[in-house]
Design a protein around this ligand. Sequence first.
Ligand code: ZN
Length: 164
Amino acid sequence: MTVRSVLRYPDPRLREKAAPVIDFDGSVRSLVDDLFDTLYSTESAIGLCAPQVNDPRQILVMDLSKTRDEPQVFINPKVTARALWGFVEESCLSVPDTKVNVLRATAIRVQAQDPDGQPFETELERLYAVVLQHEMDHFAGKLLVDKMSFFRRFRFKRQHRAIA
Ligand code: ZN
């Protein structure tokens, strides 16, 4: 049980692709514990994934409840159906103090595995669907910065190069 430090843009490790989990050993469970400790240590973050704490495996956690007692874990997730597209404002612990409107499917069907490796399939709607897709972007090395308009991205990169 450890609060991990979260990598921040422009750290190049956030651009690496995450690998699927093959061995569902104790390290998967302890990482899931750490991800929740880290998520719950923040004021209002609702999703976090392994690559953000420098572990390049396809593991993500979320909790959208106000009471912070409805943890959900998705390992090796695959989206098998998408519907109801719309723009949703997103933020990210790895790109602090930044909000970006992103076009997302707000109803999806997902196949994934739990921390024991058991496969399951579920449907997610609205913010649940958005968070899952946001975290899956991290698995591909994609960040909110990439979803900005051309000119905003240009300015943002220039500012961050200046302070990095
Ligand atoms: Zn993020």
